[in-house]
Design a binder for this molecule. Structure first.
Ligand SMILES: [Zn+2]
Length: 83
């Protein structure tokens, strides 16, 4: 519960949800069926990771983490759409 109170570290309008894969997702606007926000917020995700390292990785993922996923071929969805 405490984590929800902490939301909006970077922006009061941003929200937090949980996506498929159990990642915390950050952003605003429409929340799709998979738990991803219409307007992802990179800053809030990074701010949350900094404050709660145990929640890593937070979506939208950092560039470093995305690179790592691709390297390990662990990108769990849209894999065939990746160019
Ligand atoms: Zn934000």
């Amino acid at each position: 519960m405490a984590k929800e109170v902490e939301m909006g570290i970077a922006h009061p309008l941003c929200n937090m949800s949980t996506s498929i894969g159990d990642w915390l997702t950050f952003g605003s606007g429409y929340l799709d069926d998979l738990g991803f926000w219409e307007k992802p917020c990179y800053e809030c995700a990074r701010a949350h990771e900094e404050k709660y390292p145990e929640d890593f990785p937070c979506w939208p993922f950092s560039k470093e983490y995305l690179e790592e996923l691709k390297r390990n071929k662990q990108w769990p969805f849209n894999e065939k759409e990746e160019k």
